[in-house]
Design a protein around this ligand. Sequence first.
Ligand SMILES: Nc1ncnc2c1ncn2[C@@H]1O[C@H](COP(=O)(O)OP(=O)(O)OP(=O)(O)O)[C@@H](O)[C@H]1O
Length: 910
Amino acid sequence: MATKEPTPMMVQYHQIKDQYPDAFVFYRMGDFYELFEDDAIKGAKILELTLTARNKNSAEPIPMAGIPHHAVSAYIDILVDAGYKVAIVEQMEDPATAKGMVKRDVVQLITPGTKLSSKNGDGKDNNFLAAVVATGSRLGDADQAAFALAYIDLSTGELKATELMDESAVLDELGALEVKEVVLAKEGDFSTPALAAAIGEKGLVVSYQGPVQPSATITYLTKDLKKPAKQTVTGLLLQYLFDTQKRSLDHIMPVQTYERQAYLVFNQVTRVNLDLVENARTKQKAGSLFALLDQTKTAMGGRLLKQWLIKPLKDLQKIQARQEAVAAFKDDFFTRGTVQDQLKYVYDLERLAAKAALGTINARDLVQLKRSLQAVPDMQAALQAEHVNPILQAAGAEIDPLFDLASLIEQAIVPEPPISVRDGDLIQPGYDDLVDSYNQALADNQDWLAAYQKQEQEATGISTLKVKYNKNFGYFIEVTKVNLDKLEEGRYHRKQTLTNAERFTTPELKEHEDLIFAAQTKRFDREYDLFLAIRARVKEEISRLQTLAQKVARLDVLAALADVAENRHFTKPEFKTDGDRALTIKQGRHPVIESLLGPGEYVANDVFFDEKTKIQLVTGPNMAGKSTYMRQVALIVVLAQMGSFVPADEATLPIFDQIFTRIGANDDLVNGRSTFMVEMAEANSALQGATSQSLILFDELGRGTATYDGMALAQAIIEYLDQNLHATTIFATHYHELTALAASHPAIQNVHVGAQLTDDGALHFLHQVQPGAADRSYGIQVAALAGLPKSLLTNAEAILRALETQGVGQVEGVEETVVKRSSAAVKDTVSPAMRNASTEATPIGDSLAQDIPLFEIASAQELPAAEMELINPADQKALDELDRVNLNQLTPLAALNLIAKLQEMRQEND
Ligand SMILES: Nc1ncnc2c1ncn2[C@@H]1O[C@H](COP(=O)(O)OP(=O)(O)OP(=O)(O)O)[C@@H](O)[C@H]1O
């Protein structure tokens, strides 16, 4: 069958679709947006639309799915939230008057990074779009940053640029900003193919932008940039916006530069591990530090708080400026309360300013703007009152409440306008003579209509005769059927027949109807023109509005932090400025865990690092509170450096440059990395990146591999930290053997989290951190708490007793059956990684029969039953080798080599 020529419409469609191959094309046809072909098939599935076809009966029907135009935004949101792009194609001329094919064009490309509506509805999330270019440092200069990055929130106009050393810094920055879409250069020296792949792997949308067209706007917005790379990346980002948004973007603020190193840096893993912005387990805001701090009253405040939280400061003066303002608010409940009461009336000024620029602001938005502005003077008065702290007075004095704009809107716009700005009822009486005169004419006509009804009732003698109006038929006289014979022949012209009545018009009525419609049309047009003029005025004031928004947001955050400080009994931390890195926290708490417990249930703990202490080893049973203790330190550091008070009775801290964490088993299975590989990669990032100013938290490092490998690595890592990095490190471990290191290393200090056995053998967690190493691990008691079968626990106790009283080597014979049974039973429950470790590597049990000095093992009570196997005499050679080792001369590297050698010996035996 011959293929039919495509219709002119499909030709037009394809011309457009070819330009936007990676977007869903929403093609406007009358009251619908149509999707065609593959877009229709895919879109119908995602959006649950009915899939139909154009030219259904032809040989080649075209798949099609339609979306009613008034509901389109909900469908766009679904697609864009799922990471797709949507090209909106409108009819560019009136189909009624167009000759031939109606002209159509793309009016906007909506993408994950340019979407304006916010996901959570409370507006407390920024939606950042980023661009990244290569700087050209690949061509030589090693000190130069490899990438430049710019980002913008299109809904607020905030634009920033920076340079970053390497790919991992770029990925961390994109993660911290929760960027969903990244613009990269399409080709040429600035393109970044390797980075594109890495960004794609993270699930971000990658968009390619071609050459930048020089323009006055770009020149103006980038005028403060000195480095060409930042200019390039900002230009690329702006060009992408101009090309996709195709409308005025006057709210974009001139770019600000920043240095990543000016802030306390931590990577995405750390942000997740510490539950900073969302709870790592639930992926919800609840249960995060952000949720606890977020007592802000405005969307702008919420966004700023989050920015402070993900980028704590390093500059002492800036930190102290925030601290002082928080303190002033905390001490002045009355002023804080008044300010917060007014903040509740303040809408999202940044987004209102953006809407004014984008031309999407309506009369209701203007009323919101007015209400927001009207809340400012009371706030300002409260801040500037006589007895208020001068810091707050100064903040009040800086505020420009935009009286001019507030009073313009107050005078011009009615308090409750309709959504539509084209159908009148927007403008206040008294604001405009013309609108008033049309209104007067309309009112006069209403009077005339009332009089006319009365006159007709009298003339016809029909008391039920009514003059009415409806949208379709305009004005008419309605007479019930029974009264029809009373009407004078020829005077009334029939308009419509109902079951019980007839509707008529007369020449006089028609004449007045025309007058009314004319006045109404004129009024609508006039009101719309006035509205546009007011909108233009608002647009002129965008930068004043943005400045006000920033000041209000800052006050909101400071007052929120003061609220938290007061309600949760936080104190103001002190900072050490004399260069030593000692750290003291008295009665510190983990604020989120504390908030989840009942009053008085949280056990506060001291943290003490004197000048020479660099590494704290934390031991104690499972569930005792080791992780909580170490996280609390990191959270206190983050809070302190963002300018907040901290959950402690007293805190004196050095300023940190970075935080590294290795906590918990967040397997990176998606990227195909095992638990142990992830552990080592994260440890490595700390070992490579940390300085003496950094904070490192390692939680049970090394447990992802066989015990001895893990222990060897843990010790080697501790010694490496001790010898090379001098970073403040907290290292929680189950390897009690490591605690012996403190004796020979002055920078290492032992603490443990206490637990007690009650008389009936139950375990009681004290959650109290005490000096020194833990005496035992209470593994069996924790297992009992977890509800393991009683017989199993009894068996475990018997094994433990045997190990303790007879020594490992003599278990054979006396308890052989017990050990063997236990070992077989537990083996099935160990992870595959564990099993591999104990078959491929040296079986640990094989070495247990000897007293092994490598880690100065005091007793074997720690060793899990799964790893207990009876000695294979063939391994004696390896064990002899071990005996010969002089621990005092063993470097970490030599320890690793030794392990490798022992493994080799074992394999020979196999
Ligand atoms: N200081 C404290 N006061 C009160 N409860 C606490 C405290 N510290 C921890 N807890 C409680 O104990 C639980 C376990 O704490 P955490 O995860 O820190 O233990 P852990 O010693 O790291 O355990 P594991 O070794 O099994 O990882 C916490 O979820 C919390 O409910």
